[in-house]
Design a protein around this ligand. Structure first.
Ligand SMILES: CCCCCCCC(=O)SCCNC(=O)CCNC(=O)[C@H](O)C(C)(C)COP(=O)(O)OP(=O)(O)OC[C@H]1O[C@@H](n2cnc3c(N)ncnc32)[C@H](O)[C@@H]1OP(=O)(O)O
Length: 193
């Protein structure tokens, strides 16, 4: 039997159901923050991940690798692939109606991901224990049933609005509080909680 790690749900963990107000399967989730490197349209060189609600507590996302995402000639940078998984796994919070930040994230790179290819990511929640959300994801090359290129597992921790207000640089926090439209999901910064 393998040793428990920080990605092993504790005995009291439960398999979650989608929140009653969770978006229905297929719903586009959109960018959660316009300057987010993972999903924001305004982030220079960003990944521009596109995410949809999936079945149960899951999401499906697509990330097309461009020349700005290279780590080696014509190949995606592994750290940016991890970023794509961080983003997709974070979007699981939509299905649980919570805002959660990454506590621990592990990535397995199974095969190289060329520039021009699209990674099809499926991310799902395995268990929840209090504020702790245990999730996994798999990324396939160029089709939802393509060969597996990357796999990831993560522990996210639910946080309140104060996590962002207290810790973010003041000028960006103020900009968002003054213009809530910059937070498209209305979740990461609930200005009227
Ligand atoms: C749509 C949205 C998409 C978003 C995608 C992008 C997501 C991100 O990249 S977020 C940015 C990266 N992450 C961060 O900056 C988080 C930085 N870390 C922190 O702020 C804090 O450590 C935080 C919030 C995770 C936990 O702190 P705090 O709120 O004080 O809770 P704390 O009591 O320490 O931890 C809560 C539980 O989680 C556990 N935990 C926290 N971190 C870890 C970890 N790294 N490994 C294992 N367990 C952990 C604790 O052991 C504790 O467990 P228990 O309840 O059983 O005692």
């Amino acid at each position: 039997m393998s040793r428990p790690t920080s990605l092993t749900p504790p005995p009291e963990a439960v398999v979650p159901q989608p929140h009653p107000d969770a978006p229905s399967p297929g719903t586009e989730l959109g960018e959660h923050y316009s300057d987010c490197f993972g999903c924001g349209e305004a982030a220079p060189g960003g990944l521009r991940l596109r995410t949809r609600a999936g079945e149960g507590v899951s999401v499906d996302a697509e990330f097309t690798v461009t020349a700005q995402h290279q780590g080696a000639p014509g190949l995606a940078h592994g750290g940016l692939l991890t970023c794509a998984f961080d983003e997709a796994l974070g979007a699981i919070g939509y299905m649980l109606h919570t805002t959660a930040v990454t506590g621990h994230l592990e990535t397995d790179f199974r095969r190289p991901v060329p520039v021009g290819s699209t990674l099809y990511i499926h991310a799902w929640c395995e268990a929840v224990a209090g504020r702790k959300i245990y999730s996994r994801a798999v990324g396939r090359l160029d089709a939802a049933d393509g060969p597996i290129a990357v796999e990831a597992a993560a522990l996210f921790v639910s946080v309140g609005l104060e996590h962002f207000v207290d810790n973010g640089r003041a000028e960006e926090v103020r900009r968002v509080l003054d213009n809530p439209d910059l937070i498209k999901s209305g979740r990461a910064f609930e200005v009227n909680p």
